[in-house]
Design a protein around this ligand. Sequence first.
Ligand code: SF4
Length: 483
Amino acid sequence: MLRKALLSTGRVSKSRGERLNSKEKKSELRFRFFIIQTIMIPLKHKISIISLGCARNLVDSELIIGKLKSKGFAIVEDADSADIVIINTCAFIEDAKREAIDIILKAVSLKKERRIGKLVVCGCLAQRYCEKLKKDIPEIDAILGVDDFKNISKALSSILRNEKFIAINPPGGIYSDKDPRLALTPSHYTYVKVAEGCENRCSYCAIYDIRGKLRSRPLSSIISEIKAFSGQKRRAELNIIAQDTTSYGIDRYGKFMLPKLLKKICQLKCAHWIRLLYTHPRHFTDELIDTIAGEHSICKYIDLPIQHISDKILSRMNRRINARQIETLIKKIRDRIPDVALRTSVIVGFPGETERDFNELLDFIRRTQFERLGAFIYSREEGTPAYNFKNQIAMGTKNRRLDKLMRLQQEISKGVNRHFLGKRLETLVEARSEKGIYTGRTQYDAPEVDGTVFIHSKKSLRPGQFVNVEITDTLEYDLVGKN
Ligand code: SF4
């Protein structure tokens, strides 16, 4: 029930097994069944992890189960059949917190029905609201902070002795290539977290309180990790992530090191596509633009959250960049990388946002024609400076602005997609749907958040394969084609 309920939320990503079609599932199950059987004989406890929130949290989940597997625990996909369920939570905004609580309570009801044994809650919600969780949901057996997943096996030993376990330390660490990781993504793509925490202190954001100050990983550790999981097998796609990837290195090396890091990763020839996510316009240098333009394997896709364009709102958000600088940066990027797909995210309903500010944002989006755009209503987060700002906007107004903005973006996206009609696009095959239609992504689509290419093909294609697809039809956010 929990798994189905979780999947219905659409926020928990389908596991490899759920994405595989029946044919592939059978062979996979046979393979898995064999492994689990082998592993389980000496081992008693089956662990299942539910990873919520962003890709950065997903990496933490992979480190948690990587550590447990290295300690001999059996990792199972289905929470319903697990002895211990671990929920790695998100607490960035109200919706994410509500969803995490929903899922924790579903696990609690399964625990009451003795369908699962123990419940562990970790991640951002645990870091931020440990005392409240302890008081309001006493059924939780262990609570671990964002950095405390290193204590996960100690936590499990305690709770298996029916002792509660709480570890919430101030965030200060960062994982290394020595930490075992067990992939939760399909094998053809993966995420590499190059830094933790953030120094930007945007006035609406609780990340600093949850994840702490910026901590860049040593360049050598990142390269070793990529070499390690690439091994002989060249990956299809490598996604470079952090809270703000463009700040990489400023804390450890005293200068922005992302261009150098990307060039080193390209030299490894370990992936067909290298994708950069979560940049900050304030730290987007000319050298970075040149690196993306000059390196063939770096996707011509730039994730550039601007959050707003009104100078008044940008300053109240403490984004430390103004409209003219954002416009100049975007013009530079489009001039230097003509076929680039620009993804951005914006917040509507920030305290003090007038109709005039909102229309300025709408007008900017209409003129800039972002290929990909995510919009959120402002979430009033306690502990952030904006929480106490005057002129908080009514929920009705926020929703009306969000709706208006997304209807505009829908029209823009339709227009962007129409340009691909009749063109041939290199496409990464991701899966085969029941109807025998394959699904895939182009370099202009990040995993889990952007569009899909529906591929009609008589050939037998496999996930992780790159094929050329002739685009025969276009939808609002997706493309249809043949191979
Ligand atoms: S860049 Fe701003 S919004 Fe993003 S994590 Fe850092 S403080 Fe939060």
